[in-house]
Write a protein that binds this ligand. Structure first.
Ligand SMILES: [Zn+2]
Length: 311
């Protein structure tokens, strides 16, 4: 047994040596190494760990995160404000929409949002769920008057608003059938040209051609890149390739509109998300590393700072 193990161990040692030798090359492999600002963060569930989020940010050179708490676990905007009070330089308080008041479309909910937006305590509205998941539950018709009210509040307060609306199914059948995507663009984006809009998940998991059309037409529109870490065969239009670099057409688009994209980790601070956190940020750094350095800085942090009105 010892005799048969020995070559195996020797082989393992060789492999370990190879990995060790490779490491300096990996460190130089063109990952973006500067500061990142997280334009998409949550707390969800009873085990969500705000302090763990700060520790994860520290490990990953992330200066700030915007937080929109979720209903699950009973998280409320006052918890976000308390988190901000504890870490004023790190936490950007968002008014949360993944709450019953929005999903049940209660009219008093938007009254409260309007007051919060005017209070000066919050810096962002989100994540305004129109259609969840991919082709998932529709919380609000894409041309709903309530969405217009949200855009009014964003325009009045000057706060950016992040939408989550993924109209596509894997093969875009529902889109072809309903034209819903176009409805959302026509009726809602065109209405809200005074609002600063961020459309989550590369503008609703669009492909680069559609995103270009939108970005050209709507100067107030931004795409966040949250879900970059997701397996790319789980989304209708991939953003990154096997090497975790932006696909060429996406890279070209981001370079063409460098001030219109932001990154987001999309952690909910659950134990499992915090365990994955470093690997998700590593993917973001790898993708950003394929951009021109100036573009990478804009997408990584500078656009975010512009949106929250910070220097
Ligand atoms: Zn999210």
């Amino acid at each position: 047994m010892w005799i048969t193990m020995k070559p195996a161990l020797f082989f393992v040692a060789l492999l370990a040596g190879a990995v060790f030798i490779e490491q300096p090359a990996l460190a130089q492999s063109g990952k973006y190494s500067g500061v990142i600002s997280d334009g998409h963060g949550h707390f969800k569930g009873r085990n969500a760990n705000p302090d763990g989020t700060i520790a994860a940010m520290d490990r990953n050179n992330i200066d700030k995160v915007v937080i929109w708490v979720k209903q699950q676990g009973g998280w409320k905007d006052k918890d976000t404000l308390a988190f901000h009070a504890k870490y004023p330089d790190r936490v950007v308080s968002g008014v949360a929409f993944q709450q019953k008041g929005w999903s049940k479309q209660r009219s008093e909910f938007l009254r409260e949002v309007r007051q919060k937006a005017a209070s000066g305590k919050f810096k962002w509205l989100g994540e305004v769920s129109v259609r969840g998941k991919i082709g998932g539950k529709l919380h609000s018709p894409p041309d709903s008057p309530r969405l217009r009210q949200v855009l009014d509040i964003a325009a009045e307060s000057g706060l950016p608003v992040t939408f989550h609306h993924n109209p596509y199914r894997r093969h875009a059948k529902s889109f072809e059938r309903t034209g819903e995507y176009e409805t959302f663009i026509e009726a809602t984006l065109a209405y809200g040209t005074d609002a600063t809009i961020v459309w989550a998940h590369w503008c609703g998991l669009s492909n680069p051609e559609e995103a270009r059309m939108l970005l050209k037409r709507f100067a107030n529109l931004h795409c966040d890149l949250a879900w970059l870490h997701n397996p790319q065969d789980s989304v209708p239009n991939s953003l990154i390739g096997d090497e975790n670099r932006f696909l060429p057409a996406w890279k070209a688009l981001i370079e063409e509109f460098p001030d219109r994209f932001i990154v987001g980790v999309d952690s909910s601070a659950t134990p499992s998300h915090l365990m994955e956190y470093d690997s998700w940020v590593d993917k973001i750094r790898t993708a950003l590393g394929g951009l021109r350095p100036k573009t990478a800085r804009l997408v990584a942090t500078e656009n975010f700072h512009r949106l929250i009105g910070a220097k």
